[in-house]
Design a protein. Structure first.
Length: 515
């Protein structure tokens, strides 16, 4: 392994610390009592600048992020999970008596930026008015052998040197999180959002459940799966593309409402809004329909956004998006007519192929009527829908798991929620007629024979479950990652995933192939 000059110096410091009899990686227990943000937010001083609150004894731990000063006193910055705080270290306070090596040799010479340390002391305010911890004891908790990027920010928060290369940031998310506090805050907001959604669903009386990730049949969505093999059972298995069919089995089993936050896996292209592994929340409620689900989705999203931002609007690029319900509702055919000027509702497959070609949309022989309509909508309509919009009443060919429309022949009771030009949610009044469902699956098999590798497989066990009887049910799937993108104003899904999928690093492709 080729080491940089700084890495060589740090390893030398590590050896010197060991030679002093100090363990650079001691046992993990350290009695942290406070966090930097708590101290800075709540500390109180009297008119003379003296401490008037209970921060007379504090114990913190974190990374050493800056160090400055000469002689027998130094200022430094400690970064913990909540933020940064200034610390003040003097030779006589941390090394009383004759031996001053703890300060002279260790703190000043052998500690490097990025090292984890623990400190004990009391809070005071400097002459410059900055809240600071006066250290009377410190402990090295973990030696850092690689230098962190130096990111400089002025008092207004402007960044002059930044760790902003996406390739590096996504591969080394641990570094990104360390030096870019706004990224840590983004993922905290992701956690808050999910917690709020769980609370909403719990309050509806739904039961949180877990369903298989490895499935013998990939179903519940039109997508290409990842395939693997189980050695003991000697059978192929698929990473789930959706959990829908298992959740509906639970409705058959007697649950009135279930939900699951889970990872889904689709072996498809990658772009700004697609990652092979992504998070969905799906929930299914008996005795409800897609009209009820539209109202519930409005309430859920408005509540979740408000819980994080305090309001209902978020800004993404040049758009301010308002999640205050009710959302606009527009049928699939009306939406296509609005943005193309053509009513396609009565077109057969041949006419749709001709129209798609006139719109310069690429088509092939594997595309049935539903896929053609979907392509036309995706190319000519979707990007125009910025504010939350329910697209409703899809053609039956596009929706093999959806109940036929009660009033409109040839359509189904389905909606997709489109926000900022992308699908955020997909919902149905669920198909619970087992005979109709079998026919729909058989239609999908015919599409697969034509070369459609996203067509659904026939799931005999799911059909058997329906034959036992499933009550009228409505279900929805919401893309959590895309919702977090909207919440945090991001245009790339990689920004809201801790560890997005990436190609092997340069120079390691050969190693990956050999393995």
């Amino acid at each position: 392994m080729q080491l940089s000059e700084q890495e060589i110096v740090r390893r030398g410091n590590l050896e010197a610390i060991r030679n002093l009899g100090i363990d650079p990686y001691p046992a993990p227990l350290y009695p942290v009592t406070h966090q930097s943000a708590d101290i800075k937010a709540n500390v109180e001083f009297d008119e003379e600048g003296k401490l008037s609150t209970n921060y007379k004894e504090v114990c913190l731990a974190g990374r050493l992020m800056a160090k400055r000063g000469k002689g027998k006193a130094s200022f430094a910055e400690l970064q913990d999970a909540s933020g940064r705080i200034q610390i003040y270290v003097t030779r006589d306070d941390i090394a009383p008596g004759e031996d001053k090596s703890l300060y002279n040799d260790v703190f000043k010479k052998l500690l490097d930026l990025g090292d984890y340390i623990g400190i004990k002391g009391y809070v005071f305010k400097t002459n410059m008015g900055e809240t600071t911890v006066h250290v009377n004891d410190f402990t090295l908790l973990s030696k850092s052998l690689r230098p962190l990027p130096v990111v400089k920010r002025d008092a207004e928060g402007n960044v002059y040197d930044s760790f902003d290369d996406p390739e590096l940031r996504y591969r080394q998310r641990y570094v990104d999180l360390t030096v870019n506090p706004e990224v840590r805050e983004r993922f905290r907001n992701r956690s808050k959002l999910i917690t709020s959604m769980r609370r909403f669903l719990d309050d509806l009386g739904l039961v949180e459940v877990e369903t298989p990730i490895l499935q013998p049949i990939h179903g519940g969505a039109a997508a290409r799966p990842f395939k693997t093999h189980h050695n003991t059972l000697d059978i192929p298995l698929y990473l789930r593309i959706a959990n829908e069919l298992y959740l509906k089995r639970l409705i058959v089993g007697g649950f009135d409402g279930v939900y699951e936050f889970g990872k889904m896996f689709r072996n498809e292209g990658m772009d700004a809004t697609h990652n092979p592994e992504f998070t969905m929340v799906e929930f299914y409620v008996a005795y409800k329909d897609y009209y009820w689900m539209m109202e519930t989705a409005e309430q859920l999203l408005e509540s979740a956004i408000k819980s994080v931002t305090g309001g209902t609007t978020v800004t993404v690029g040049e758009h301010e998006i308002d999640f205050k319900g009710p959302f606009r509702r527009l049928t699939m055919f009306d939406a296509i007519k609005e943005y193309t000027g053509v009513d396609i509702s009565e077109m057969d497959e041949a006419a749709l192929v001709k129209f798609a070609k006139e719109l310069h949309i690429e088509v092939d022989d594997s595309m049935g009527k539903g896929k053609l309509i979907d392509e036309i909508f995706g190319e000519k309509v979707e990007a125009n829908l910025i504010q939350p919009t329910f697209i409703t009443d899809y053609p039956v060919e596009m929706s093999p798991l959806t109940k036929k429309h009660r009033d409109k022949p040839g359509l189904v009771e389905r909606f997709e929620l489109i926000v900022n030009g992308k699908e955020l949610a997909n919902a149905y009044t669920e198909l619970n007629d087992p005979i109709d469902q079998r026919e729909r699956f058989e239609d999908q098999l015919n599409l697969a024979k034509r070369g459609d590798d996203e067509a659904m497989a026939l799931d005999d066990d799911f059909l058997r479950a329906l034959e036992y009887g499933m009550p009228p049910t409505s279900g929805i799937g919401i893309g959590v990652d895309r919702l977090v993108m909207l919440l945090t104003g991001q245009t790339s899904i990689q920004e809201v995933l801790f560890f997005p999928q990436m190609r092997p690093e340069k120079g390691k492709e050969e190693e990956a192939v050999e393995e």
